[in-house]
Design a protein around this ligand. Structure first.
Ligand code: GRF
Length: 196
């Protein structure tokens, strides 16, 4: 069985899309656990409801990225995932985790990368920037995670139209609906490739 570990920091609607895809059997995988950087987030409630183990590993409990990375690796070694999925994870993944799991960590981002990616482009800020630039299309991207924010190779993108009357909220909602389809599809594709 293909084991994945999900990292999340917030609502976890993308995490839920993965759980649902596994339940609907459109994705053949098992989620070994959820890693979060904070308590009391909706993603943890979703994990509990689905019976998925949760570990909260808060970077501020450690002296620096290196110690934080050691704590993450300790947990990952226990769960032994073939793929790590960052689904709204708002913390920089320490370098030693990235190098150990090179090309096995993916992230979903709410823009058509390389546009509107990198430091400072997160949450509503992405959609606000897209609207301010007068873009006619936006979308979402899934990419491999490397040492720099949102810069690893793009695996897949999905477009949505930007409407005249859009606000950052309405655009975010349209993009998020596509994220929920794209992310499980990309996971399924990567897992099937890693089996061969
Ligand atoms: C998504 O828009 C994702 O692209 C970005 O953070 C948001 C997470 O939303 N990285 P959710 O927690 O999955 O609902």
């Amino acid at each position: 069985m293909n084991t994945i570990v999900v990292f999340a920091s917030g609502s976890g609607s993308n995490f839920q899309a993965i759980i649902d895809a596994i339940e609907n059997k459109t994705l053949e995988a098992q989620i070994a656990g959820l890693i979060s950087n904070k308590e009391q987030i909706r993603a943890i409630e979703r994990a509990k409801k689905a019976g998925i183990p949760v570990r909260v590993i808060n970077p501020s409990d450690y002296r620096g990225p290196e110690e934080f990375g050691i704590a993450l690796l300790r947990q990952l070694h226990l769960w032994n995932p073939s793929l790590i999925v960052l689904a709204g994870y708002m913390v920089k993944v320490p370098d030693q985790v990235i190098s150990e799991y090179r090309n096995q960590i993916i992230n979903i981002h709410p823009s058509l990368l390389p546009k509107y990616g990198g430091r400072g482009y997160f949450g509503k800020k992405v959609h606000k920037a897209v609207l301010e630039a007068g873009e006619k299309v936006s979308g979402c991207s899934v990419h491999f995670v490397d040492e720099n924010y949102d810069e690893g190779p793009v695996i897949a993108r999905r477009q949505v139209p930007v409407l005249e009357e859009d606000t950052p909220d309405s655009l975010a909602e349209r993009v998020l609906a596509e994220e929920h389809k794209l992310l499980p599809e990309v996971i399924a594709k990567l897992l099937s490739e890693s089996e061969n």
